[in-house]
Design a protein around this ligand. Structure first.
Ligand code: BG6
Length: 490
């Protein structure tokens, strides 16, 4: 491993994400030697008045499950420093700058700085601007990179405003917008499968593919996050970012190389061909849902901190079209929701049936052939299944579905980094492949905004699906209308 020297500055150091994901991820990188153990430090900031010791106790606690020994966790935590910080107070940035310079020297970090903003989104721009204005960026030859959490805006206009604010302090190539779905092993495997196999890429088009289905299902409801979620809804929370990113990877043309600039170029081209709907098309091609009650499970409107007249959607299904030569007439169906039958993410690529069923023709019977389906299971297991038609053993020529399955082994699982570990590592290396560029994010907002606008005009008939189901009936009808069905439906 090449170890990188760096000083991290984390905004939102007392937050939940930091404890659950960021500290364990940085710890794993430290253990594996990807951050230089002698030459890294992290300044955590938050509103609370914590001492370094309190902060370090939190770090030890959050990494202890992965630590080989308490000593290892403690020696990791010794690199962490805390500063109480009010993000709107300019003087606090002066203090941060002084502290950063001091730690730079103490740890000899080559002036490399990684800023990580993981806090309420209305402060993203303020923080970024103050960092520059108060000399928190290093100017002695090291790199300055900004990792920024979601949500990146709540519509095109607010995203653009945020982007302009960031742009005053950081260039686009210094900004790493997190979409943790891009850090998932199986999402990355889509690219390996497509571009590493002529067998796959050769049939990855409208001549052979009938439709593609992407499902991001969650078993849990809104939990304690209603404060954020009710103002967001599934369209902003899961579709504009994760789902569209997955679609893009499925739809993009082959990049000329695996460099981040080359991959992003193709992703943007794909997104530009994604049809932005008219109002009528939105009503026809998109479905929203909100969960009702079921037994002990309260309906969404009676969850903690949700207004009883909330019309926030907890479910979205839709049909997406890429208007280019490869995908003409191939619908991409998407769906995502809370409180569904299970927690899983999967991609089903449904192939066309043979033009002629010679077996049925010989018998003069109905065709028994199924569509070939390539299913990529992204979560919770990493698995690939290819469903084919084969011969039933025995006399005659009866057909039956057969499945070729590849499941990730325990050894592979053990070396698979969590999305945050992988993404932070990429940012440390300066590799932006698995981060969302502004052109991607903005295009995705343009797509989502029209849907939002139509939905804000129309009154939905909520609640309309039962917890534990796969969503409202209208999501099934969306495919039935096209003579199709969800591959997974139970
Ligand atoms: C987040 C959403 O981005 O993704 C959450 O804000 C959602 O609402 C989560 O639960 C799902 O991520 P994962 O990795 O658990 O599928």
């Amino acid at each position: 491993a090449t170890a990188t020297r760096a000083l991290f500055m984390l905004f939102g150091a007392t937050g939940d994400l930091a404890k659950r994901k960021l500290y364990p991820s940085i710890f794993n990188l430290y253990k594996k030697g990807y951050v230089d153990n002698d030459h890294f430090a992290l300044i955590g900031t938050g509103r609370r008045e914590w001492s370094d010791d309190t902060f370090r106790d939190v770090i030890v606690e959050s990494v202890s499950a992965n630590a080989d020994s308490e000593e290892q966790a403690k020696s990791f935590a010794s690199h962490f420093y805390y500063m109480a910080h009010d993000v709107t107070n300019p003087e606090h940035y002066d203090a941060l700058s002084d502290y950063a310079n001091k730690l730079d020297q103490q740890y000899d970090t080559n002036g490399n700085r990684i800023f990580y903003i993981s806090m309420a989104p209305n402060f993203f721009g303020t923080v970024a601007q103050n960092l520059k204005a108060h000399n928190c960026l290093s100017d002695n030859g090291g790199f300055n990179r900004l990792i920024i959490e979601k949500p990146f805006g709540r519509d095109y206009d607010s995203a653009e405003e945020l982007n302009n604010a960031l742009g005053k302090s950081f260039n686009e190539d210094q900004v790493y917008r997190i979409d943790h779905y891009l850090g998932k092993e199986m999402v990355q495997n889509v690219l390996a499968l497509r571009f590493g196999n002529p067998l796959v890429e050769g049939i990855w088009n409208n001549e052979y593919i009938d439709n593609i289905q992407v499902t991001l299902a969650e078993k849990l409801g809104v939990e304690e996050r209603a404060g954020y979620y009710d103002g967001s809804g599934a369209l902003r929370d899961m579709v504009q970012n994760h789902t569209i990113q997955m679609l893009t990877i499925l739809a993009m043309e082959d990049p000329i190389s695996f460099k981040d600039v080359d991959i992003r170029r193709e992703k943007i081209r794909a997104l530009k061909s994604m049809r932005v709907y008219t109002e009528d098309e939105v009503r026809k091609n998109f479905v929203r849902g909100q969960y009702g009650a079921n037994g002990d499970q309260l309906d969404y409107r009676h969850e903690d901190n949700v207004p009883t007249d909330s019309i926030t959607e907890t479910y979205v299904a839709g049909k997406v079209l890429f208007e280019n030569k490869r995908w003409k007439n191939v619908p991409f169906y998407i769906r995502t929701g809370k409180m569904l039958s299970d927690k899983f993410t999967r991609i089903d690529v449904v192939f066309k049936k043979p033009l002629i069923d010679v077996f049925a023709a010989a018998k003069g019977s109905e065709s028994e052939l199924n569509n070939n389906v390539l299913t990529l299971f992204v979560d919770p297991v990493n698995k690939i299944i290819l469903r084919l038609n084969g011969k039933k053993a025995g006399q005659g020529m009866e057909m039956q579905p057969i499945e070729l399955t590849h499941t990730q082994s325990d050894e592979e699982k053990a070396v698979t980094p969590e999305p945050y570990e992988r993404l932070i590592h990429d940012a440390i290396l300066g590799n932006a492949t698995n981060f969302a560029s502004w052109d991607e994010v903005s295009r995705a907002w343009e797509f989502a905004d029209v849907i939002r606008q139509v939905w804000d005009k129309d009154q939905p008939d909520f609640p309309n699906y039962t917890p534990g189901s796969m969503g409202p009936d209208a999501a099934d009808e969306l495919l039935e209308r096209d003579g199709r069905a969800w591959v997974f439906n139970s």
